[in-house]
Design a protein around this ligand. Structure first.
Ligand code: TXA
Ligand code: MG
Length: 347
């Protein structure tokens, strides 16, 4: 039987009451689920040390159980409680970027259940910067396992409305922290291999990491979902709107021509474009601006909302302009390529 819960929806101010603080702790220690904001995207959280609680996360998201969860802490020193070894390089990254949008992978110790790490002997740990996230972890008194708060396969959630749509009735509490500051999930870097290896690009770029470590790092994040992948999350579909997504790689003039002819050939279909704000007026179909071509932070902030809007608009064919891959653009294109199932047309 799948009974709907009476989900409590709280604002930041609601966290001030002692009664609510106690309810947060009780909910987490009972092994139930709380959705909370972080600076990257919203997370769906539970007690990381409780195997049953982790299982509930997988169930609520419909997530394959071999795709490990990120363990969130609110104090740098807590890393040493859950892992076997912290290298000097890991410490450098922790000291440079934490609290913040980077997740480090370590060898786990026996306190971290296999259910939380999808059966792996490594654990991904992150110390988020968002004050509501920190408060939740502190109130709980245990580390919080939290993947992005979206039904598996859908775009990550960067607004209260997104999590409400996906999880109302399925979790105990949702805390509304307004739109996510960054809008892209954390950078994931494996610190267990001889050379630190980026598994998912994010706001903390390869360049920033190399500057902090003073040497080059490896990057496996553009591995297509075939063969052996180091991060289980890489092999599953991600960020997909219902419509068919295609990335068009070429000049904006060529893209306008392509979409015009496609529209001619598919008069009955709903077609939309996602592109840099400067180009929106060029298209004759409904077009969703991502943000200014000169402002990658704005584009990151809007990216998942734009993908979710395609479902709200009931779009059948979605064309996205290939963005510059410089700096943060690399992480933006990583998410868009996945949303498109790597369907890219070079114009
Ligand atoms: O910004 C974020 O990281 C957000 C917020 C809520 O903190 N969380 C998030 O979690 O994006 P999730 O589960 O959607 O993505 C975690 C990624 C997945 O691709 C997963 O496979 C990978 O990290 N991952 C987690 N633990 C791992 C491990 N031990 N080894 C390799 N990859 C791991
Ligand atoms: Mg996710």
């Amino acid at each position: 039987m799948n009974l709907l819960k009476n989900t409590l929806c709280w604002s930041k101010a609601d966290l001030q009451s002692i009664e609510n603080q106690q309810l947060i702790q009780k909910t987490i220690l009972d092994g139930d689920l709380i959705i909370f904001p972080t600076e990257t995207v919203y997370g769906i959280g539970a007690n990381a040390l409780d195997p049953k609680a982790s299982k509930k996360i997988y169930q609520a998201k419909g997530r394959p159980s071999d795709n490990p969860l990120i363990v969130h802490i609110a104090n740098k020193e807590d890393v040493y409680r859950y892992v076997r070894f912290v290298s000097e390089e890991a410490e450098t990254l922790m000291n440079t970027f934490w609290p913040g949008p980077i997740t480090l992978i370590f060898e786990k110790n026996e306190l971290v259940p296999d259910e939380t790490t999808g059966g792996l002997n490594t654990v991904a740990i992150r110390f988020p910067k968002n004050d509501i996230a920190q408060k939740l972890i502190q109130l709980s008194g245990v580390p919080i396992a939290a993947p992005s708060a979206n039904i598996s396969g859908k775009p990550s959630s960067t607004q209260f409305q997104h999590v409400f749509e996906d999880f109302n009735g399925k979790v105990d509490i949702i805390i509304d922290g307004g739109p996510s500051e960054i809008g892209l999930e954390s950078t994931v870097i494996d610190m267990t291999s001889e050379h630190p290896t980026i598994l998912r690009p994010g706001f903390i770029t390869k360049k920033m990491i190399e500057k902090a470590l003073n040497h080059k790092v490896l990057d496996l994040s553009d591995t297509k979902p075939t063969g052996n992948v180091k991060s289980p999350g890489m092999k599953y579909t991600h960020y997909k709107p219902k419509g068919q997504v295609t990335i068009l790689n070429g000049t904006i003039e060529h893209m306008v021509d392509y979409v015009d002819s496609f529209k001619q050939a598919h008069q009955e279909s709903t077609i939309s474009v996602i592109c840099e704000s400067e180009y929106v007026s060029l298209f004759k179909v409904p077009t969703r601006p991502l943000g200014s071509i000169h402002n990658q932070t704005e584009m990151a902030h809007n990216l998942f909302s734009a993908l979710r809007d395609m479902d709200l608009w009931a779009v059948e064919y979605i064309f996205i302009h290939h963005l510059s891959t410089d700096d943060l653009g690399y992480a933006l294109m990583n998410r868009l390529e996945k949303a498109a199932g790597y369907h890219i047309i070079n114009l």
